[in-house]
Write a protein that binds this ligand. Structure first.
Ligand code: NIG
Ligand code: FE
Length: 391
């Protein structure tokens, strides 16, 4: 297999403390080089000590980071919600009800249109450094439409999540129990072969604690692993349920009691924070500092969707998290890479180390700190994905 040396990296973030020359979880290496072999990393270290490779590429002093791991997005959809956004910016509150608009547009779209839309946003994300992403169903809410969303998504990623329990389908408005029976019955049977994860929007206006437990437990019995949309719009049972069921992550975590924070700190469940949603719904920010200080593992993700967070930009989320959620630039970078990997229970991505996938983002900047220091500036200059320079 052919090898490629990327050399003359100004500062490399490895997320592997054992490799770094300093202290701290980022494992920073100044004047670094990386050797890729096929789609894997074969060697990491100081440029002066790098072995020879078949081809050599000069990073010209740019900083390099692991490709971003966006562990929460909703990219199988059609249409947009510009009017709803406009109304919100004129004072209307966000509610889960807007999801119905996207459900109608998604059901009406062809497979080809959904595929083209998904590909468009994936390219957009890749250009901004995202090399691993999770995405969900949840805008179909029929057995046919949920299964086709997952089928389309699974052609692009292994991290596919069944979210039939996004809201109660409008077709079942008068009988939510019958909808939960569908989501945990025929719909689950049709969807489970195409997904790795099962998710539920546990929130007032969507599914309560008992319904959420029924959904996640049924999914687990079919071999899917749980993750939960929890405590976004208000306090509720979502976070505790996620920890109790060993969900890989509890996502949003905007409204937390001390008991919720304790539950996250004392479980394997990652707290995935989605600052694009608070930005775009003008809501209070989640308190990352409180979670980190309590010992919880925190991930940052985009939540990219046409309603509550229409951004595919991990750098934007990093800047918000640093400015408004109490994270240091180092913590935010870690959460957007290694944290996302933890939320997907992956060890092969989110770090730059021998054996890991060869995913790197090169920044037009001397260090990763500039991602928060220079918000809104397109600093991701090049992306290496599976050992290939793509963007
Ligand atoms: O994660 N919270 C539920 N689902 C999405 C919003 C989806 C939408 O508004 O279309 C979220 O924010
Ligand atoms: Fe979401």
């Amino acid at each position: 297999m052919s090898t490629t040396l990327v050399t003359n990296i100004g500062t490399l973030v490895t997320n592997d403390p054992a490799q770094g020359t300093g202290t701290g979880p980022l494992g920073l290496i100044p004047n670094a080089a990386v050797v890729m072999e096929g789609d894997r990393i074969a060697w990491v270290g100081e440029a002066a000590a790098a072995p020879a490779a078949d081809t050599s590429y000069d990073a010209r002093g740019r900083a390099a980071i692991p490709g971003f791991v966006d562990s929460h997005s909703h990219l199988v959809f059609a249409g947009d919600r510009t009017e709803e956004f406009n109304a919100r910016m004129s004072g209307r509150a966000y509610s889960a009800g807007g999801i119905r608009t996207t459900v109608a547009a998604t059901r009406a779209a062809s497979d080809e249109a959904l595929e083209a839309n998904l590909t468009h946003y994936l390219r957009e994300a890749l250009r901004q450094g995202t090399t691993t992403f999770e995405t969900k169903s949840g805008y179909g809410l029929t057995t046919h439409d949920e299964a086709r969303a997952l089928r389309i998504a699974s052609a692009h990623t292994d991290e596919v999540t069944y979210l039939g329990a996004h809201i109660v389908s409008p077709d079942y408005a008068d009988d939510p129990a019958a909808y939960v029976a569908l989501v945990t019955g025929d719909m689950l049977d049709a969807c489970a072969p195409h997904a790795r994860w099962i998710d539920v929007f546990c929130e007032k206006g969507a599914f309560d604690g008992d319904q959420a437990r029924a959904v996640l437990t049924a999914g687990k019995a079919k071999g899917l692993h749980p993750r939960v949309h929890a405590n976004q719009l208000g306090h509720g049972p979502g976070v505790q349920l996620a920890a109790e069921l060993d969900a890989a992550s509890a996502d949003h975590c905007t409204h937390l009691t001390d008991a919720d924070v304790d539950a996250l700190a004392n479980s394997r469940t990652v707290a995935t924070l989605l600052p694009g949603a608070e930005f775009s719904t003008r809501a209070a920010w989640p308190d990352a500092r409180r979670l980190i200080d309590a010992g919880a593992t925190v991930a940052l993700s985009t939540d990219c969707n046409p309603g509550s967070s229409f951004t595919s930009s991990m750098p934007f989320c990093i800047a918000l998290a640093v400015r408004d959620m109490g994270m240091t630039p180092d913590e935010a970078l870690w959460s957007a890479t290694a944290g996302g990997a933890a939320a997907l229970r992956r060890t092969d991505v989110g770090r730059v180390a021998p054996g890991a996938r060869a995913d790197l983002a090169l920044l037009d900047a001397p260090s990763h700190v500039h991602l928060a220091y220079r918000p809104g500036v397109p600093l991701v200059a090049e992306v290496w994905h599976r050992g290939v320079r793509t963007a």
